[in-house]
Design a protein around this ligand. Structure first.
Ligand code: ADE
Length: 257
């Protein structure tokens, strides 16, 4: 059971998010529990203000510490073992490994920053993780929080249709996923690779690994630098290296003639 508490000044943004697809199914099957907390509810003043001008001057507004602290403390009282996550472009870059790390906790309190930033004293005392979903700037952490909820939820056993569908995903083994095909067998003149129709399980697995490796090499060769390769993977890369070498040698020979 994973508990997601989202703290935001726009809780309505999450209503459609909780209501669709695997998130909805995970809630219905009690694999995850979700709550959206309006930070404004923890503002004490009459107008329930959550932002203020920055000390030292300058443009933009800063999220006040008191409402945020109140909302975070209330959430961690409900789930004392939860870790607190601030979404910010200054955080650690989010990736599949971090999704796995977060999936190992039984509660995440996701704090959506808004305006130009949150008061620094919040970060010091109440935040376990600062996470960025990429090197670009959003107006707030809401979309980032949804991305984290989705990436973490699909790692929880029983949330995906297939038995172990997440294990075959791109990045889960350091490679991009293999190519996929469905009916019809011929679409606009392009055929499905023969081996996939053969019913030969072992050959299909080998073809998929090869597809996976070549796609990773062509689209994201940086991933191959980080990954430790097993013998079969090296064998496949070596086969392609020999193919490419043969082509090059043939050209050299032609040039020499
Ligand atoms: N808030 C604004 N930009 C963000 C980003 N890139 N990642 C996470 N939270 C953000």
């Amino acid at each position: 059971m994973m508990n997601f508490d989202v703290l935001t000044i726009f809780p309505e943004m999450f209503d459609p998010f909780w209501a669709h697809g695997i998130i909805r199914r995970a809630i219905e099957h009690k694999k995850i529990f979700t709550s959206t907390v309006n930070i404004r509810d923890y503002a004490r003043d009459r107008h329930q203000v959550t932002d203020d001008r920055p000390y030292g001057g300058g443009s933009g507004m800063v999220m006040k510490p008191e409402p945020l602290a109140g909302a975070i403390r209330a959430a961690t009282r409900r789930t004392p073992t939860a870790v607190t996550v601030l979404l910010t472009p200054q955080g650690r870059p989010f990736d599949q490994n971090m999704a796995k790390e977060l999936a190992s906790f039984d509660g995440l309190v996701l704090i959506c920053g808004r305006y130009e930033g949150v008061d620094e004293r919040i970060c010091h005392d109440l935040i376990d993780y600062e996470i960025s979903i990429g090197d670009y700037v959003l107006t707030g952490g809401e979309l980032a929080a949804m991305i984290i909820v989705e990436a973490v939820t699909r790692l929880i056993p029983g949330t995906l249709g297939g038995e172990n569908a997440a294990e075959n995903d791109s990045f889960s083994n350091g490679l991009l996923e293999h190519a996929h095909y469905t009916r019809p067998r011929i679409f606009e003149g392009r055929e499905v690779p023969e081996v996939l129709l053969s019913g030969h399980h072992q050959e299909i697995e080998r073809w998929r690994l090869e597809s996976s490796l070549m796609r990773t090499l062509l689209k994201r060769s940086d991933l191959l630098h980080q990954k430790s390769l097993n013998r079969q993977e090296i064998e496949i890369l070596d086969k392609w290296r020999r193919k490419i070498n043969n082509i090059i040698e043939l050209h050299h020979k032609k040039d020499a003639e």
